[in-house]
Design a protein around this ligand. Sequence first.
Ligand code: SF4
Length: 136
Amino acid sequence: MTSKSQVKTVCGYCGTGCGLILEVEDNKIVKIRGDKEAPVNKGQTCVKGAFAYQYVHAPERLNSPMIRKAGQLVKVSWQEAYDYISNRLSALKKDFGPDAISMFACARTTNESNYITQKFMRTVIGSNNIDGCNRT
Ligand code: SF4
């Protein structure tokens, strides 16, 4: 028996933040339409938001964090990945100072994510080394 559901979400392609409704069958997205209740797009989408979703089910897509151990990338839990990142950033900051660390934000993510990125860098790390990956 086929299982069908609809999932309300926000498009991940750019920072506009259009609301989408995913039509899901047997745990796979089969169609996307704009969410008419979303204040940003009121049911409209661009071509990417409506049709470019095949990457979600691509077999080579990373779907869990990985850490290199003994020269090999191995899948780890999110908690292990967060602990690893936290420990490495703390060690780098202690050994080399906050300016040894930089972070890249991205124009394709949301304003809120970019805001949190710069806030984290300035208040937690203590560095202004923030840049965007779209700058040429
Ligand atoms: S539907 Fe298009 S404009 Fe809207 S968030 Fe997605 S990529 Fe951006």
